[in-house]
Design a protein around this ligand. Structure first.
Ligand SMILES: NC(=O)c1ccc[n+]([C@@H]2O[C@H](COP(=O)([O-])OP(=O)(O)OC[C@H]3O[C@@H](n4cnc5c(N)ncnc54)[C@H](OP(=O)(O)O)[C@@H]3O)[C@@H](O)[C@H]2O)c1
Length: 330
């Protein structure tokens, strides 16, 4: 029995194990009783992996192995021993001088590299790919009266025109994954999370968690382009990965979002809830499409999303705990 009383479950692989989301997913998988093999680029990098070894059940049921998205065959051995693969690894970095090499190639080629390894394992039950809600909403024909759902795809041309390299990388990677799995016998399910909010298990904040810290400290730089954005608790996203992996009827794509807000609504909410934090008073209003997400598909599998209050309370508490915000803000 697992430490929470659950039966010990099968062996699954999580790519990019040391990341913000992957760490939380591993925490939830271990609690559920799974054996987890996490892939990291450098298992010897204590600073990046030590938080994983402190997770409940890690000593008994976690192993970490080296793999790199850009090395063909790098995932063959690790995937061979697993019933499930959660592919979360993908560059989540700011615009670079060479976005094709640094963001798009690792996302697309890396996803196909992992799927080629999956194809070699006849015992693989399902692959869950972490995509993004940004693969749906970047279009110039959004009708504010029609919520965005899983049938929407972002426009490649618009992503290129607006130089939204991360969104482009996720859209191309998910499309490539579907194409590959339609031609090969792999049971693929994709999850499309909105912007993740919540505690960071890695001590060094990832790109998006740093942006949130910046906003809470009064910086408008990283959020000003968001305009309108969906928000979702990191724990819900981890639980949704496991839900779609385990649920027999899970199929296709699943949007994950609790609440969609404009930047000005977001700072209004944050100012009211955390009056002592130096939250920016407002943002320049951008001429962006008004949209909402229709998340009824994942809710149909039993998912209930945590509120904005819960996600930001947990986030602020953890930032204080990790010393990123002074404790006067609790
Ligand atoms: N954060 C969000 O708001 C958000 C929203 C929707 C979807 N997502 C998706 O969630 C997933 C995880 O993102 P995150 O927010 O947790 O970011 P993160 O902490 O930066 O995690 C990204 C992971 O990808 C790994 N990676 C990048 N390039 C790699 C390569 N060439 N080979 C092997 N591993 C590589 C990184 O490994 P290193 O640690 O070695 O760099 C890291 O573990 C991504 O697929 C992202 O697109 C995130």
């Amino acid at each position: 029995m697992g430490s929470h009383g659950e039966d010990v479950k099968g062996r699954v692989c999580v790519t990019g194990a040391s990341g913000y989301l992957a760490s939380w997913l591993i925490k939830r998988l271990l609690i559920s009783g799974y054996h987890v093999i996490g892939t990291v680029r450098d298992p010897g990098n204590e600073k990046k992996v030590s938080h994983l070894w402190r997770l409940e059940g890690a000593k008994e049921r976690l192993s970490l192995v080296r793999a790199n998205l850009m090395e063909p065959g790098s995932f063959d051995t690790v995937v061979m021993g697993c019933e499930g693969v959660f592919h979360t690894a993908s560059p989540v970095i700011k615009p670079t001088s060479d976005p094709k090499a640094e963001i798009i190639k690792p996302a697309v080629d890396g996803t196909l590299n992992v799927l080629r390894s999956c194809k070699k394992n006849p015992n693989l039950r399902r692959v869950v790919l972490t995509s993004s809600s940004s693969t749906t909403r970047i279009r110039d024909d959004i009708d504010p009266k029609v919520p965005v759902d899983e049938s929407f795809w972002s426009s490649i041309e618009l992503c290129e025109k607006l130089q939204l390299w991360y969104s482009l990388s996720k859209t191309l990677a998910e499309k490539a994954a579907w194409e590959f799995c339609n031609e090969n016998p792999i049971d693929l399910v994709t999850v499309l999370p909105a912007f993740l909010i919540g505690p960071s298990l890695p001590p060094d904040l990832c790109s998006t968690a740093s942006d949130v810290l910046g906003l809470l400290k009064g910086d408008t730089k990283d959020f000003k382009w968001h305009g309108r954005m969906g928000y979702v608790h990191i724990d819900d996203v981890a639980l949704a990965h496991i839900l779609v992996y385990e649920h027999e009827k899970a199929k296709g794509r699943y949007l994950l979002s609790s609440t969609v807000m404009d930047n000005n609504e977001l700072v209004g909410f944050l100012l009211a809830r955390y009056p002592s934090l130096p939250i920016p008073k407002g943002f320049e209003v951008l001429n962006r499409a008004q949209y909402d997400f229709d998340t009824s598909k994942i809710e149909g599998l039993g998912m209930k999303f945590k509120s904005m209050e819960e996600m930001f309370d947990d986030c602020v508490a953890s930032l204080v705990d990790q010393g990123y915000l002074p404790s006067v803000y609790l």
